[in-house]
Design a protein around this ligand. Structure first.
Ligand code: NAP
Length: 407
């Protein structure tokens, strides 16, 4: 492979860095473009601040940044300051690794009432994300509702109830810590549209919530009367999946002690309306049943949970970037092993190519796979007409001054 190959990576999250590391090892040079000043994407702004071992993955990225041939261009938004097609003129290959930044919406009345937020905002806030760190969350009501049954939902619930003294030992954004220390929230309802067998919360996260100081997780025994589809699914579970289910069922019938905060798991319920005049006052839920193929189907039964805060945590969605194809149904850049369909020299890595699933392990797998595909293709890719200095000059002319990798 030619040592002279210059690769542009768009995005600086974990998949981007794992891809960069493998490309540099393969002898390529890498320019990494990030729209925010600071790098590391989800590791910095998505991983919960009390998950310190995962946060420390950033140290591996610091090592990548010290590699000869690596250049970080922070505060440069591809699609605004420079286009994908301009990058393609100056680099042998372009890797798109922009994640899945959009949050899915419930599409129900009241979703935009004050006090109803998507999880991206709440997670961004406690991690000090520039777009969210000034968001105000009203924590003056005793009850909050988190919609969704994934690991982001459980992160949000845990941060809402965790002892602020313990949070002080974490990497939480300090103003968020102060707000949480003054929070009146005592009860967090976590609402899943399907049953406990279909929950995506993993065993480790359920263990964590079970051992928090002065916090009692509680499940309702009635939600654990399984239909035959769920019983079959449970049979085929891996040991880890079984463990997650056992932990949820282990919370059945628990009672909170005096002064304890509570996390209440509710299954087979979907929000149909977020209630309130000027701000959130409650959530109207319908009871669901599971169809034979384990989808949620609404019944006539309804109930209301009064609350002052709703965090909607129902998954992320990829967004298109001009100059790259996009599969709108799957919300991904279509690709095979990172090779973007019909676009020689263009690659995708991480959630923009795979959809929003997994975290560090999946980012490593995807970033490495994309790098391997690219390195295999390299000899057959044409030399670009221009070079990376042309991009540097374009940015200069446009008044864009890239920031370097933080010390
Ligand atoms: P997720 O695991 O896909 O969970 C999304 C949840 O939203 C599911 O329970 C889904 O239910 C529910 N949902 C979707 N549409 C809904 C609707 N219209 N109404 C009600 N509920 C709805 O996504 P995530 O929690 O955002 O996490 C994304 C990825 O990051 C996951 O792979 C997760 O494991 C990973 N992550 C890992 C960690 C960690 O390792 N600690 C932390 C955070 C995130 P259905 O199942 O019924 O669709």
């Amino acid at each position: 492979m030619s040592k002279q190959a210059d690769i542009a990576i768009v995005g600086s999250g974990p998949a981007a860095f794992f891809c960069a590391g493998a490309l540099l090892k393969g002898g390529a040079r890498v320019d990494l473009f990030e729209k925010l000043p600071a790098p590391h994407g989800l590791v910095r702004y998505g991983v919960a601040p009390d998950h310190l071992p995962i946060k420390r993955t950033a140290r591996q990225f610091d090592k990548v940044s010290q590699h000869e041939g690596f250049c970080y261009l922070g505060g440069v938004e591809v699609g605004r300051d420079v286009s994908v097609s301009e990058l393609r003129q100056a680099y042998t290959a372009v890797v798109i690794a922009i994640g899945a930044p959009e949050h899915r919406r419930l599409g129900i009345p009241g979703e935009d009432l004050a006090g109803s937020h998507d999880a991206a905002a709440f997670v961004g806030w406690y991690n000090g994300h520039p777009d969210y760190r000034d968001t105000k969350f009203d924590l003056s009501n005793e009850t909050a509702v988190v919609v969704g049954n994934g690991n982001v939902a459980i992160d949000v619930a845990r941060l809402l109830v965790r002892d602020p003294e313990e949070l002080r030992e974490t990497e939480i954004y300090p103003p968020a810590l102060e707000a949480l220390a003054a929070s009146q929230v005592r009860t967090v309802h976590v609402v899943g549209r399907r049953g406990p067998v279909q929950s995506s919360i993993t065993a480790k996260e359920l263990y964590e919530i079970g051992i928090l100081n002065d916090v009692q997780p509680i499940s309702e025994p009635a939600d654990f009367e399984l239909d035959s589809g769920s019983r079959d699914a449970l049979e085929s579970f891996t040991a880890q999946e079984k463990k997650a289910f056992e932990r949820l069922s282990g919370f059945c019938g628990a009672r909170a002690g005096d002064g304890e905060r509570r996390v209440l798991f509710h299954f087979l319920r979907s929000p149909v309306e977020i209630l309130g005049q000027d701000r959130v006052e409650g959530v109207r839920l319908c009871r669901n049943r599971l169809t034979a193929d384990c989808r949620a189907e609404a019944t006539e039964e309804e109930e209301t949970l009064p609350c002052g805060l709703v965090i909607r945590s129902i998954g992320y969605r990829g967004i298109p970037i001009a100059g790259a194809p996009f599969d709108d149904d799957r919300a991904v850049i279509p690709n095979e092993a990172g090779r973007v369909t019909g676009q020689p020299g263009m690659y995708a890595a991480g959630w923009v190519g795979t959809g929003p699933r997994g975290l560090i392990g999946e980012a490593k797998r995807s970033g490495s796979e994309t790098a391997q595909s690219l390195l295999e293709d390299l000899l057959g890719l044409p030399k670009p007409e221009k070079d990376p200095w042309w991009i540097r000059n374009l940015l200069e002319e446009r008044g864009v001054h890239p920031m370097g990798y933080p010390a």
